[in-house]
Design a protein around this ligand. Structure first.
Ligand code: SF4
Length: 455
């Protein structure tokens, strides 16, 4: 067959991938899936190494002879082409010293994945050989269609939930936890940054559980191996030089691992921790995750590590069986914990929720009274904590500009749910600034929710 060089082809020719498939029928099926996906995305397959823009080698690691055959095939592809991605059983294999065998023998490979990893292989292909233009799909911008303003975006890292809180029907609607591939999440985050996003809001049903369903497997971010786990994901996001804000974080011990990043200024010192209650018996009836944790100790430890940390939570009052003493316990917890931002709801039955079967329904007027008392206690705490910011200079992300100046948010304010910072302009015309700018604001006043200051 005549040899063809990629350099001879025209600019708009489809990128070509060479493919070497070794191993058993399971590996063959993996190869078929990767080739199908390549074809679906508009890549062509190349008949030889030379005419390929990149080569994928699907390896076998079963017996020594197969390992050697795979290593030889990788070496041959590197010599003949240079751009090589390795997948398959050998990709997941370590040598006696615990090092990844392929990377040790062939350090020039672009990426290595284990078997059954079509998406990870495609991620590596996208990175080293960008997808061909598709006139239909490419009408959609790389960051997708978003409903938020241009300067902030939600980044969903998983869907579903493994818990079964008795007041919640989300698991029956959305199923158990399914974490997204870490490479995919990071690619989306990078595309959002390129599109002008300044603040990423990490969301899920249970952010601390990210990767549990995947047994924290190793994924790839820009060709580097990274575990699918909250700490590692947050460390990666922290390198983007954006505001990164974490929501729905249950206070498991490993959450402590991300607090130093907050202290170093790489991650917004902000945690949204939905506690729902403080009394152990109520939490037990709610079947809450992390209900056995000592939340007050954890909060103290977080504040010792990152004194500026803003803690947000939500609570339910009037849950079936909640006694006056249990409600008082919750108020005491609030006074001790001194959370910065708090939402509170009265319990209301949701069709299909297990809590509907619990005894001890709390009368509506008692619920409303508890809500009022709860909010009174919290308003005083919020106000006190906000007043401490008067006199400080804070970075503020401007959301809107108007005649009187602008409205924005500091590290302590998530959009829609927390307060805002009203910013008076240092000089007119104010239009020197625009939504999405991050400005330094001297804080001059505070009420229970919001701050006022000037640039
Ligand atoms: S409330 Fe409980 S069950 Fe519902 S999504 Fe949150 S953690 Fe999962």
């Amino acid at each position: 067959m005549a040899q063809e060089n990629p350099a001879d082809r025209t600019d708009n020719a489809a990128p070509r991938v060479g493919f070497v498939s070794l191993g058993c029928p399971k590996a063959l099926v993996d190869s078929e899936q990767i080739l199908t996906q390549l074809r679906a995305e508009g890549y062509e397959t190349a008949p030889d190494y030379k005419s390929a823009d990149l080569v994928i080698v699907n390896t076998c690691g079963f017996i020594d002879a197969a390992v050697q055959e795979s290593l030889d095939a990788i070496g041959e592809a590197i010599d003949a082409n240079g751009k090589v991605i390795v997948t398959g059983c050998l990709g997941g294999k370590k040598d006696a010293g615990g090092n990844e065998m392929v990377a040790r023998v062939h350090p020039k490979v672009l990426a290595v994945t284990g078997p059954h990893a079509t998406q990870e292989v495609m991620n590596a292909v996208h990175l080293h050989l960008p997808k061909p233009h598709d006139p239909l799909i490419d009408l959609v911008p790389p960051q997708g269609v978003r409903l938020t303003p241009r300067h902030y975006a939600y980044l969903k890292i998983s869907e579903g939930c493994n818990h079964r809180c008795s007041f919640c029907i989300i698991p029956s609607l959305r199923g158990d936890l399914v974490s997204r591939d870490i490479g995919d999440v990071m690619r989306e985050a990078e595309a959002l940054k390129t599109a002008g996003v300044k603040e990423l809001l990490v969301i899920s049903q249970d952010t601390s559980a990210y990767g549990v369903d995947l047994k924290f497997r190793q994924g790839f971010v820009n060709g580097r191996p990274v575990r699918t786990r909250m700490t590692e994901l947050v460390q990666e996001l922290a390198t983007l030089d954006l505001w990164v804000r974490l929501h729905y974080v249950y206070p498991y011990p490993h959450v402590d691992e991300v607090i130093p990043l907050m202290a170093e200024g790489k991650l917004l010192p902000y945690l949204d921790v939905p506690l729902q209650h403080a009394h152990p018996d109520v939490l037990k009836r709610m079947k809450r995750p992390a209900s056995g944790e000592s939340n007050l100790d954890r909060i103290r430890a977080w504040r010792a590590m990152a004194p500026d940390i803003t803690l947000r939570s939500t609570f339910i009052v009037g849950f079936p069986g909640e006694t006056e003493a249990q409600f008082d316990y919750l108020l005491d917890f609030l006074r001790e914990a001194e959370l910065d931002r708090v939402g509170c709801f009265t319990y209301s039955a949701v069709d299909g929720a297990a809590a509907n079967l619990l005894d001890g329904a709390v009368p509506e007027e008692v619920k409303q009274d508890r809500l009022r008392r709860f909010m009174e206690v919290q308003a005083a705490i919020s106000s006190r904590r906000l007043k401490r910011k008067v006199g400080r200079t804070l970075k503020v992300l401007i959301d809107q500009v108007n005649q009187d100046g602008g409205v924005g948010r500091s590290f302590a304010d998530a959009p829609e749910i927390d307060g805002v910072v009203y910013v008076a302009p240092a000089e007119k015309p104010w239009k020197r600034y625009k939504a999405g700018d991050i400005v330094s604001v001297k804080i001059e006043g505070a009420d229970d929710h919001d701050l006022w200051g000037s640039i």
